[in-house]
Design a protein around this ligand. Sequence first.
Ligand code: UT7
Length: 311
Amino acid sequence: MKGLKIVATGRALPAKVVTNDDMSKLVETSDEWITTRTGIRTRHFCAGETQADLAEQAARRALERGKVDVGDLCACIVATVTPDCSAPTSACLLQQRLDLPEDIPCFDMNVGCTGFIYALQVARGFLLQSGRPYALVIGAEALSHITDFTDRGTCVLFGDGAGAAVVTLADSPYACTLGARGDTEAIFIEGPGPERPYIHMDGQKVFRFAVEAVPHCIRVLLEETGLTLADIDWFVPHQANKRIIDHVAKKLKVPNEKFYQNMMRYGNTSAASIPIALDEMAEQGLLKRGQKVLCVGFGAGLTWGGALLEW
Ligand code: UT7
């Protein structure tokens, strides 16, 4: 079976950094509560930048780093729950801004925080059919646009940002698992409609779901590939809450250091969190060619998904 490889990554964060102390001026909260309950210390919020701006910047960096000509792309997929508008989609805006070929599919996918993983697998489908060698996969969010800044239960959690990956087929181990279970209570985002849409969340319900979904995805991927936990060099989970990740690492008896964490800097950036993490890791030299990387996402839908690939 043809595997999928990430050729290059990029990320973009808005310039404005918002601390927990800043949040405590908006709602009754504290740095102590946010840090101990979530691990989050700062997040970036758009102040002038749009979601498409972030997607574009991340995509440009990935294409530059990979030295990939846009004429060699067979698809452009943007995973997002916060496009700037319903139409044109963010992917179509990128087609225009990056001068992508007109004879390739460009579209958005709304799969909540699992969007990047779903998009990887869909991109693989296009790569298998196409004569062109690369696909562009982006997770980009402006969650501050749909955050209720009077709701302390949600507003301290989210951040804005984008991560992008240029992917190609490769003769290397690869597996992907995807799932969904309709649930309007755990996470509900209003709209589109005349009212401003807000995120509503039953935090405890999502927490319980997450600590089941992440080990489930890991188990399925290991079974499918015949690999063991010890064979995995890096786990790159969706960055919703430090406690979720620590809980999973402990449950699986995997050293905590193997689970990359950056929610302290960015908060929960939904579909962008995994590609942002991959880009940081690549930049820091943590990811080395040949290493086995297991990415796992979970979130609104409810949805979940994991992808195991060789770096
Ligand atoms: O990306 C999508 C996936 N999303 C997630 O994975 C989120 C998963 N859930 C979580 O991360 C956690 O459930 C939260 C961080 C959202 C909440 O943590 P928790 O430990 O489950 O807190 P809780 O909701 O049970 O609330 C405990 C207390 C409540 O007060 P009382 O009723 O005990 O008096 C809340 O009102 O903490 C209160 N609280 C806050 N206090 C200070 C809720 N939010 C805040 C806040 N600051 N920001």
